[in-house]
Design a protein around this ligand. Sequence first.
Ligand code: UDP
Length: 242
Amino acid sequence: MMAGKIDILGLGVDAQSMAEIVDFIAERIKNGDFARIVTLNAEIAYRAFGDPQMREMVNRADRVTPDGSGIVWAAGRYGRQNLERVSGIDLMQELLKEATQRGWKVFFFGGQEEIVLAAAQNAKACYDGLNVVGYRNGYFAEEEIPSILAEIKASGADLIFVGLGAPKQDFWLEQYGEETGAKVGIGVGGSFDVLSGKVRRAPRFFQAIGAEWLWRLVREPWRFKRMLALPRFMRLVMKETR
Ligand code: UDP
């Protein structure tokens, strides 16, 4: 495991704050090769525990951020207290702000057509002067990938947000990220749904007590099965750290 990483069930999570991750991204946009960011939650960590291909894909990312309170809790069990949560949606908001100030070109890829369009429009309305150079919905056939890559490349995007759901978005970025011509690619899950206004984020109270998952469970009960991964993840971590 690399320095500065916390090993959580064989996954290296970066012990970096939001500000440090944003600095890293700014640096790579200025003068780096393509960098890929994974925003890791407990559900994906649990799945990756039993899936070596997924685990290696996560571990090959340039940065892995603690997306959920489950990961923050686990880091505490491994001795790293009070790690700052860096979720996909928060990181995206932070980067949109930064992009506006620094003139970075951003591209939105993922979600349904009307959702990603609304997300792009809302972002431009929220961040005056933000340069959204393109957007593309996340429903496509394998044969369309070359034209998607050409479209992103032609847009001249510096930064690409990919919301195809995890781990699809992360495998996609690993395979094709470099070909987009962008400097940084980030998997952001359902963030376009939030940015479009279709899905409301948990009130601050739920976020503050680390129970955003509970809010989501009540609002989107069909997530129940997927969410069973959280207690299973916790059980594994407790066993390892006892
Ligand atoms: N999605 C997509 N293409 C697909 C499957 C999913 O663009 O083939 C989008 C979907 O519209 C949604 C996001 O990916 O916007 C997945 O959101 P979810 O909250 O389920 O992802 P998570 O945050 O749990 O990874």
